[in-house]
Design a binder for this molecule. Structure first.
Ligand SMILES: *[C@@H]1O[C@H](CO)[C@@H](O)[C@H](O)[C@H]1NC(C)=O
Ligand SMILES: *[C@@H]1O[C@H](CO)[C@@H](O)[C@H](O)[C@H]1NC(C)=O
Ligand SMILES: *[C@@H]1O[C@H](CO)[C@@H](O)[C@H](O)[C@H]1NC(C)=O
Ligand SMILES: *[C@@H]1O[C@H](CO)[C@@H](O)[C@H](O)[C@H]1NC(C)=O
Ligand SMILES: *[C@@H]1O[C@H](CO)[C@@H](O)[C@H](O)[C@H]1NC(C)=O
Length: 516
């Protein structure tokens, strides 16, 4: 009996001590964990931001970018789902099966569940995690929804290309439009008429204002802006009366509305006292689409193509958690959208346990210290389902009729059909109609039975892809094709299921949502 109290005491003390130690550790690591706010714009072109010389005015984005680090050798994927899938998984499409196209709302498809998302990892590191805006990573089953994939809260839409005011999205092959707006509790039916740049900004500001500072904040703000359809409140177009082309004028207004949204967002962070411990990242998801107002000049090509106009993104990093010496820097190191995953897990003090092997590379020291990028190779994509083009040259290495592109140092190799490769100046430029004429002839060239399907560029020397080196440097082409072939050997089968008629929202409450 006598010894019993002693025996009891020791473990209690030890437990109390370890509890105190744990508390101390948690407080320490919390203090060091910066808030992370990631703003993703949609279809926002290289020539659509003020500091790239655009006629579109972006005073907020320019100012924030100038206070931080502009990423000028920054790459994304040429379309929506691919970029978002790599941001959320840190993995190339050849490793997630999402090599081909986007996830259509009617397809039973999604970002595979076999590896945690960036949000899962931030949550695991103690962050409060929130998403506002466009998901586009699949929703046919509950497990694929954003609030099942690491986000504590969600407000936004699951598909793409919807109306900015009504929040409706059509069902394939019909004229029927269905609501696509929801939060983690269910569909949101009372926001018709609320322009999405305003609505989403307000929801993100609410997240910031309601944030409990005991935890660090991770906010992923995926604007609908500035994807088509071309819709914006009139007042945002007023300053662009001089732009004669109506599409470009409307698009410019949409950019201005987004710029104002980002201003409201950063002001909310500042008012709450969060800004000086925040890493603020701004990125586009892919290049602009000139048909709906976007512009990538002087880069070649556009959204959906493997030319630089599709892939070479607008991006910058700012916020008080960035070293103040970095302010005003232009970073020319090779950085890719898949790199955010390990970079942000690292700044969150997390680990990569439980992740399938990543293709992203931790770039924090590149951004925050100005170190050289550790990325030498960048696989843009290999898409075995894209319509083949031309004869398979170099058959011993890689079937060059397959659509693919890879970067190795300064060199970029493209195979197959990369999509229209025009240089389109903004419609306000005098050379616009000439450029469109030149483009017509490029289209006709592609229609020949055996079109060209191998290009090699030195992107450092020739960022606008005017000088194809593939015939001059066949040995470099061989090295690059060998690289593609090695990467291809690690690819998983493509996930691109046929449409499922059960997806029809008319079958479940006239709202887009899970159907399995
Ligand atoms: C819609 O309903 C939500 C939840 O009740 C509310 O917070 C929001 O303010 C409403 N929006 C409008 C435009 O009335
Ligand atoms: C930004 O905030 C102002 C002031 O509250 C508001 O009038 C404006 O509509 C907001 N803009 C956006 C894009 O949310
Ligand atoms: C961060 O912001 C708060 C509130 O604006 C301010 O009191 C504090 O001094 C700032 N800290 C640093 C390190 O700048
Ligand atoms: C890529 O790999 C797949 C599967 O191993 C193979 O079937 C295909 O032919 C390869 N593609 C090319 C272009 O070499
Ligand atoms: C690519 O161009 C840059 C700039 O002109 C040059 O320094 C570099 O040597 C070239 N790269 C290769 C691999 O030729």
């Amino acid at each position: 009996m006598k010894t019993k109290p002693m025996k009891m005491k020791i473990p209690v003390c030890a437990r109390a001590l370890s509890f105190l130690l744990l508390l101390g550790f948690l407080q320490l690591s919390e203090a060091q964990q910066p808030n992370v706010v990631f703003v993703l714009a949609d279809d926002y072109g290289f020539n659509d931001i003020g500091y790239h010389g655009s006629e579109i005015k972006t005073p907020t984005l320019d100012e924030i970018a100038a206070s931080g680090v502009k990423l000028e050798n920054y790459y994304v994927q040429p379309i929506c789902t691919p970029t978002r899938s790599q941001l959320m998984s840190g993995r190339y499409q050849i490793h997630t099966g999402l090599q081909h196209g986007i996830i259509w709302p009617e397809q039973p498809n999604g970002l595979p569940l076999n590896s945690p998302t960036l949000a899962d990892k931030m949550k695991e590191s103690g962050y409060s995690t929130h998403m506002v805006g466009k998901w586009h990573l699949g929703f046919y089953k509950n497990e694929y929804l954003p609030w099942k994939r690491g986000f504590d809260t969600y407000f936004g839409y699951l598909t793409g290309s919807e109306d900015y005011y009504k929040h409706l999205r059509g069902y394939k092959g019909t004229f029927k439009q269905f609501l696509d707006l929801r939060n983690e509790h269910g569909p949101v039916k009372n926001e018709s008429g609320h322009y999405s740049a305003h609505l989403f900004t307000q929801k993100a500001v609410d997240v910031i204002n309601n944030h409990d500072e005991k935890k660090p904040l991770f906010l992923y703000m995926a604007y609908q802006s500035v994807h088509g359809p071309l819709e914006v409140p009139e007042k945002y177009m007023e300053q662009y009366k001089h732009i004669k082309d109506e599409k470009r004028r409307t698009y410019a207004g949409m950019v201005s509305a987004m710029d104002e949204g980002v201003k409201n967002l950063t002001q909310a962070l500042k008012s709450k006292g969060l800004w000086n411990n925040t890493i603020f990242i701004f990125s586009t998801d892919n290049g602009g689409k000139p048909m709906v107002g976007g512009n990538n000049f002087p880069l070649r090509g556009e959204k959906g193509t493997l030319w630089e106009g599709g892939l070479h993104g607008v991006g910058f990093v700012a916020g008080g958690a960035l070293k103040s010496e970095r302010s005003g820097e232009v970073n020319k190191e090779l950085i890719h959208v898949s790199d955010w995953y390990p970079t942000l897990v690292r700044v969150a003090g997390g680990h990569l346990n439980g992740c399938l092997p990543l293709d992203g590379i931790d770039q924090w020291d590149t951004i925050n210290k100005g170190n050289p990028s550790k990325r030498l190779v960048l696989l843009h994509n290999i898409d075995p389902l894209y319509k083949k083009s031309g004869a398979p040259h170099y058959p011993d290495l890689f079937d060059t009729s397959v659509r693919a592109a890879v970067r190795y140092g300064s060199y970029k190799l493209i195979t197959g059909n990369p999509g229209p490769g025009k240089w389109t100046p903004p419609p306000s430029a005098q050379s616009y109609s000439q450029a469109l004429d030149a483009d017509q002839s490029l289209y006709f060239q592609r229609e020949t039975s055996n079109p060209k399907n191998v290009w090699l560029f030195n992107i450092t020397a020739d960022p606008t892809e005017h000088h194809d080196l593939s015939e001059e440097l066949p040995q470099v082409v061989r090295v690059m094709l060998d690289l593609l072939s090695k990467m291809n050997s690690t690819s998983v089968p493509v996930r691109y299921p046929p449409d499922d008629p059960k997806s029809n929202p008319a079958l479940h409450g006239n709202v887009w949502g899970p159907w399995e």
